[in-house]
Design a protein around this ligand. Structure first.
Ligand code: SF4
Length: 389
């Protein structure tokens, strides 16, 4: 069987309060969250991302990783880094898993954006402890927006000094983020910060970083609301599974698109179903043009010649002509500078839709619990109960 690229959303519970994601207001009920039995039904994967919500809120996260480890070549867990002890404990048993801790800027910016008490220090301490343990695949993940763009380069330099990975993203809207109002306001300012990062990455001796430079170049293109630089093939050899066992193409759609349910079906039934084919057809015509690592990384591998050519040209220009990367190589960036398009024109190209009804992708039972309590209250009680044990 061909190995796939899968993302397992183990919970929609989250203890952070990020300004660009409302998922913390719409948690899943623990008793409905994906079970070990369902995880055992997943196909072999060459890459598995475990995410949430906050995955380490699940008390059985180790059991989940143990199962996924049997069927995955490589596992990376995305976390806010708050549950330090659980993360360290898990990494002792699985030293080969990757850990990406979301840090949204230097201390003050991060804590403002993520709304986690002492979030920066907790995340940073966790990362340093993991490094001291000898973990190889650890790093930062940063979602760049107007408020933290100035911290992009300093944070990259910090990660570089610590010899850690540095993953970037920018604002997206979708049911997964329970958000439709995310938008970059000052595109040239944010793009300039990406440009500085791209030049740092191209200046390094690491081919992996050169390809990251291409990814960040694609982020500039994305925040200007342009067509993706590479096709999106989500749902063909890539999938997401949500806490309810629903298999989806990605986390970027406005409403949840369901290929089938793994609690009720076998993987083969689901993957080869008419519903899955319909979703693939939707993906083929999708115009949301996301640029998130989950959908871009498989595309960069599949259409390797395109990023490889970009890297070759930029390394050549840098080495032989001493010419740096410029964001103005993108036509749209020049057009905005030259007044050929307006900020309002570009706003219309984004997925930001102030009047959209946000579908949070919750089950009816999970929605039910929100009738008399907020998502924040539910998760806070949940964590308090866990820490009493
Ligand atoms: S562009 Fe791709 S990743 Fe984004 S919503 Fe469409 S199908 Fe999903």
């Amino acid at each position: 069987m061909k190995k796939l690229n899968g993302t397992v959303i183990v919970t929609y519970r989250c203890n952070a309060r990020c300004n660009m994601c409302n998922r913390y207001k719409a948690p899943s009920r623990p008793d409905e969250e994906i079970s070990i039995e369902t995880i055992r039904k997943l196909p072999p994967m060459y890459f598995t991302n475990i995410t949430g919500g906050e995955p380490f809120i699940r008390e059985d996260i180790k059991d989940i990783v143990r199962e996924l480890d049997k069927i995955s070549d490589r596992i990376v867990i995305s976390t806010n880094g708050f549950f330090t002890d659980r993360i360290i404990n898990l990494c002792k048993e699985f030293p080969n898993v990757g850990i990406r801790i979301s840090i949204e800027g230097l201390e003050q910016t991060n804590n403002e954006i993520r709304g986690l008490p002492d979030g920066f220090n907790r995340g940073y301490t966790t990362l340093k402890k993991l490094k001291e343990m000898g973990m190889k695949d650890v790093g930062f993940g940063m979602t760049v927006q107007d408020r933290n763009a100035a911290d992009l380069l300093p944070l990259y330099k910090l990660s570089d000094e610590l010899d850690m990975e540095f993953a970037t993203a920018s604002l997206h809207n979708s049911f997964y983020f329970v958000e439709a109002k995310n938008i970059i306001k000052d595109r040239p300012m944010v793009a300039e910060n990406f440009e500085k990062l791209i030049n740092e990455l191209l200046n390094s001796n690491s081919p992996k970083k050169w390809f990251r430079a291409y990814f960040n170049h694609g982020l500039i293109n994305y925040i200007y609301g342009q067509k993706r630089l590479l096709p999106c093939d989500m749902s063909f050899d890539t999938f997401f599974i949500d806490p309810y066992g629903d298999v989806m193409p990605c986390n970027g759609t406005k409403d949840k698109e369901v290929m089938g349910n793994l609690n009720e079906q076998t993987w083969d039934e689901l993957w080869n179903s008419d519903a899955a084919e319909r979703v693939r057809n939707t993906v083929r015509h999708c115009d949301r043009d996301c640029w998130m690592i989950g959908s871009v990384s498989p595309a960069m591998h599949k259409y390797i010649w395109k990023p490889a050519w970009w890297v070759f040209v930029h390394k050549f220009l840098r080495f032989y002509k001493k010419q740096k990367y410029s964001m103005y190589e993108l036509q749209i960036v020049r057009d905005l500078r030259d007044g050929k398009v307006s900020k309002e024109d570009l706003d219309k190209c984004s997925t930001c839709d102030m009047s959209a009804c946000v579908n949070n992708g919750l089950s009816e039972l999970s929605k039910e619990q929100l009738k008399d309590r907020t998502g924040e209250e539910i998760v806070a009680e949940d964590i308090a109960r866990q820490s009493e044990k």
